[in-house]
Write a protein that binds this ligand. Structure first.
Ligand code: ZN
Length: 244
């Protein structure tokens, strides 16, 4: 089975479609594993939910997904994110709302736990440091945990002696031969923040147990023009150029 590991689509239809097209050129996928924040920031929340539902998939809830349906308030969001979130809420159909309502905060699939933020705080915690990741390994039972939220492709490795280190994300990682546990972030489809504006995703092949990381160009201008048309905050428009 081939799994498309994606997260933080953030209503960016062009980036999402580019990722789907890229996977298809690489032999396709059987199922999408989505790590939350399907909506928020970008200009196409409804279309992104609709496309995701066209495929066999599982998905966990992100903070933007919950905020868009009023499940959490936006007081912890920065000003621009809150404006975009209120706009997002107005674009959702009743079907979209009920889809987002039903998203679980945590899922387990074989050797993988899926959450948006961290296994301890699935909605809110950012895993960006070795210190935060080290404690997180205590809060899931599977060998691997897939996370999103930071929009940065990252891999944390737990060593047998309880220490933890951040390893550079390789083009491919042989999970089957690894004795270590890992926390893996595939990066963001729709709003990368690691200085690379290309959409980021991973593809997991369970036959040979290899996790692949890919970056994909998409037409950022089209997304930006829509954001300007809908009067979404300009810093959110310009950051897509820089992947920050
Ligand atoms: Zn996000």
């Amino acid at each position: 089975m081939r799994y498309a590991i994606i997260g933080d689509i953030h209503s960016n239809l062009e980036a999402f479609e580019a990722v789907i097209a890229d996977i298809k050129t690489r032999g396709g996928f059987d199922e999408i594993w989505c790590l939350g924040d399907v909506v928020g920031y970008g200009p196409e929340p409804h279309a992104c939910i609709e496309i995701l539902q066209q495929y066999r998939h599982i998905c966990v809830a992100g903070n933007h997904d919950w905020a868009a349906i009023g499940k959490i308030d936006t007081s912890d969001f920065n000003h621009d994110a809150a404006i975009a979130n209120r706009w997002t809420a107005r674009q959702l159909t009743n079907t979209d709302v009920s889809y987002l309502q039903k998203l679980p905060v945590k899922l387990t699939q074989g050797e993988f736990t899926l959450v948006h933020g961290s296994p301890l705080h699935p909605i809110w915690e950012y895993l960006l440091s070795v210190e935060g990741a080290r404690d997180s390994f205590m809060y899931f039972d599977t060998k691997f945990c897939l996370v999103g939220h930071s929009h940065v492709p990252l891999i944390f490795q737990e060593n047998k002696n309880g220490t933890c280190l951040m390893i550079k994300v390789p083009e491919s990682l042989r999970l089957g031969v690894e004795n270590h546990r890992f926390i893996i972030n595939p990066g963001s489809v729709g709003q990368p923040r690691d200085g690379d504006p290309r959409a980021s995703y991973m593809l997991y092949n369970s036959d040979d147990q290899i996790m692949y990381h890919y970056r994909v160009n998409y037409d950022i201008n089209i997304t930006q023009r829509k954001m300007i048309k809908y009067k979404l905050p300009s810093p959110l428009v310009s950051r897509l150029n820089y992947g920050c």
